[in-house]
Design a protein around this ligand. Sequence first.
Ligand code: SAM
Ligand code: SF4
Length: 476
Amino acid sequence: MNGRERDAQCLDEKMTDFINDRRIAGLLEMARPAATRVREVIAKSLEKQPLQVEETAVLLKAEAPELVEEIFAAARRLKRDVYGNRIVLFAPLYVGNECVNDCAYCGFKRSNREALRRTLDDAELRRQVEALEKRGHKRLILVFGEHPRYTPEFIARSVRLCYAVKVGRGEIRRVNINAAPMDHDGFRTIKEAGIGTYQVFQETYHHEIYARMHPRLTPKSDYLWRLNAMGRAQEAGIDDVGLGALFGLYDWRFEVLGLVTHARRLQERYGVGPHTISFPRLRPALGVRLNNEWAVSDYDFKRVIAILRLSVPYTGLILTAREEARLRREVMEFGVSQIDAGSRIELGGYTEAGDAQQMEREQFELGDIRSLDAVMRELIADGYIPSFCTACYRVGRTGKLFMEYAIPGFIQRYCTPNALSTLMEYLSDYASPETRAAGENLIAKEVAKLPAGDRKDQLQDRLNQIKHAGARDLYE
Ligand code: SAM
Ligand code: SF4
């Protein structure tokens, strides 16, 4: 009996297909909404209320440039109100690219004979984590192909190994996972290893395109097993889950409605929406030839981000280094709350960089390969607070609790001070002199903005302890 069969027996309800292609297509065919209706939906969203799928469709159908500008302005405002000016930073770490699937868009697909297949052994993984810690990273996402070797136990072991690596004052405080869907037992196993978010992308919500991208008889061809993965994760106790779609496989508007339907489903059934949503755009990859009928322009990509921001106010939005630096900088303000920086996606890439031939053979090409320090410096210059904070997860403010706290402005109360403390750690331990000077200046300005009182005094005290007394990992 395989995982799917075993699991079907212990589910009180069979896996459900809550994505109705015809309904989504119908919403996208509706007449262009009146400007007043678009403004009503924007106003609801500015009240920080999650939108219904039909309401998201109204925003997607708003095409007049002045209405799109209003959507952009609202997304900027909502982002400021909910998340402040923090941007959380993380690094992807590819553990193994063996893969039994044959996804049409991916350089790791099994039919790609030119891909260099590799799985990091313990010593290699440790070296990658050491290299990341030495640069100042505190949050990782471990990425795996789908292969019988990459069992939940194997993944759990990798997670534990990452947490155990400590170099100088460095440590990894949150390990997220991007790996193939598991059964309940599998999810319990990785939960016990202390994972943060479990992330898996549906790639496309459109059934027919999904079938075309994922050949029959490969595990990933099972649309429903993937669609219901987040539910199984929730049932197994993982309450921070990350959704995503790969933009460029089909109509971007359809995918946005698929994501919002999925988010609402989780909210309704488990009382907690997704912790994050990712919206990678398809990148060139070796051995991959797809026509770009559904390529998403930069302008439409901004609409994706702004409309998602307005639709799911409390869900973090992740923008990856697949995008180029210039565009990353531009779209950040529309609602992005997390980015990766200093990323390398070739196996072993944090210590063995420079092999152009190997880089060419990777899963896809990155658009932004600047160092973490360079990204930090730019964020600071643009007035963002780069954050490595992991406090909520460490004190159990996850899932439903995170949502409840987030709603009454909790994020600004805790997150800004915690972001400043982790920034001070970075500046003291890892930053170049220019980044350090700019960062200390930013911290002083941000502290000055806080209202006088105990909280401000406590934060100032923590910052002094970090900067002058070598204290680390202070948060509230
Ligand atoms: N193997 C697991 C899976 O497929 O879910 C997880 C790892 S996979 C390496 C992570 C993600 O990379 C995929 O979900 C897909 O969205 C993305 N990806 C694959 N090929 C890509 C490409 N050519 N451009 C951009 N993203 C791509
Ligand atoms: Fe394998 Fe994931 Fe790439 Fe598909 S997207 S070929 S499952 S690594």
